[in-house]
Structures are given as C-alpha cells and as structure tokens.
Ligand binder design. Structure first.
Ligand code: HEC
Length: 208
C-alpha cells in the first residue's frame, strides 16, 4: 500500500480513482477541494422510508387508540380476568365479613389475587408495599376510617374522604376482587414498612 503525496494546491482531488465512468456521477459541488460522488438512495430504501411513515399513524390508531385488547398486553389482561372469574367459581361469591377476611388473609394463593389488584390500582397512592404516598400508610397499626377488619372492605367499596380515597365498587369487575384486596390490605400490617407517618387515632394491634 503506497500513497503518492503531491502538493495539494496543484492537484484536483480525484475521487474517481481514475475511473472515468464515475466522472459523470460526481455531485456538482466542491468544498475545500473535496468532491463527492452523487449516490442517490436506492429506490427500495426510499420506498421503505415513506412506507413506514405512512404506516405509523394507522398502527398508532389501531393499537393505541382502539379497544384495549388489541395489544397482546390487553389480551393477556382480558384472559387473566376471564380465568379469574372461572377460578372464582371454586370459592363462590365472597362477602366482606370478618370470618371471610380472616380466612383469606391466610390463603397465600388467593391473597396473590388481592396483591395484583393492589399493585394495579392502589400502589400509585398507597405505595407498592402499602407504605403510603398520598394515601395513608396501610402497614402501620393506626387507622383513620377503620376500627375492625370488615371496615377495610367497606372503605375500598365506598371510598373515603369525599373521594380522596376513590370508591372501587363499580371499578373492580367482581365483588371477590374487593374482598380479596381487603384481605391483602389486612395482611399488610404483619410487615410494617417505613413510609408515611402513622395517621388516624384508632390503634389496632391485631385483627383477630
Ligand atoms: C387517588 C389515590 C388513592 C387510590 C388510587 C387509592 N387510595 Fe386508598 N386512600 C386514599 C386516601 C387519600 C385515603 C385517606 C382517606 C382519609 O383521609 O380518610 C385512603 C384510605 C384508604 C384506606 C383506609 C385507611 C385508614 O387509615 O382508614 C384503605 C383501607 C385504602 N385506602 C385502601 C385502598 C385500596 C385497597 C385501594 C385500591 C383498590 C386504594 N386505597 C386506592 C387514596 C387512594
């Protein structure tokens, strides 16, 4: 590999490397003596470029502005809900009474249903571990609206503080979801998490 170096000012740079057929393909500008070949983008590339731009609004409208179950995530959620309702046949329609809540508080498999409802709907106000953000810490022993375990289900159902705590009766698709979420919330006090300072003046040490 040898490069001949000649005084740059006298020599017109030869981007064609001696190939005269490339002479005509040179772009007609020259900056600081540098010339370039005029290489248009291949037709297929330009076609794809415009095709993806034209495609994108349709894609967006179809998947992101249409019904939720068009995406695989939406379909997953829909199927999960359907399976849940089938599984609910095993336990029937739960009531948010004391016995039911104390029972399901100890059933890990069903508690995980309450946990997933909590993560999806409650964690943004009460924190992922229930430690409290704008809503109170649900892991401590102080309560504002609750004096016995069944009040938890009532608060979840009807809300509190004029909607600062929303009512979930109509938002959760199945009564059992409220009861299992209440059981999950009741179970949180077993593992207090530092977060929002305790609020409310009702102290509850145990739900039993
Ligand atoms: C928009 C924010 C927000 C969301 C979402 C929310 N909460 Fe609340 N929650 C609050 C606020 C604020 C309070 C306190 C109400 C008060 O001051 O009396 C509260 C209170 C509660 C209480 C009573 C606490 C006590 O000390 O009396 C429970 C139980 C509760 N929420 C559970 C839930 C559950 C379960 C969900 C999800 C299904 C949920 N919250 C979703 C804001 C929220």
């Amino acid at each position: 590999m040898t490069h001949s170096t000649t005084s740059a000012s006298k020599v017109k740079p030869d981007v064609t490397h001696g190939d005269s057929s490339l002479e005509s393909e040179q772009a007609d500008h020259c900056y600081d003596g540098i010339r370039e070949l005029d290489n248009p983008l291949p037709g297929w590339w330009t076609f794809l470029f415009w095709a993806t731009i034209i495609f994108s609004p349709f894609y967006f409208l179809y998947f992101h502005a249409g019904p939720e179950d068009r995406t695989i995530y939406g379909q997953y959620e829909t199927h999960k809900g359907e399976i849940m309702v089938i599984r609910f046949k095993d336990i029937g329609m739960l009531e948010g009474d004391r016995e039911t809540l104390l029972k399901y508080m100890k059933e890990d498999e069903w508690l995980s249903v309450g946990k997933s409802v909590f993560q999806a709907n409650c964690a943004n106000c009460h924190g992922a571990k229930g430690e409290g953000i704008v809503g109170p810490n649900l892991t401590d022993s102080k309560w504002k609206n609750v004096s016995k375990i069944e009040d938890i289900a009532k608060v979840i159902e009807d809300g509190a503080a004029n909607g600062a705590m929303p009512a979930w009766k109509k938002r959760l698709s199945h009564q059992n979801l409220i009861v299992l979420t209440a059981a999950y919330v009741a179970s949180l006090t077993e593992h207090p998490v530092p977060g929002r300072q305790p609020e409310g003046n009702r102290e509850i040490k145990s739900w039993e």
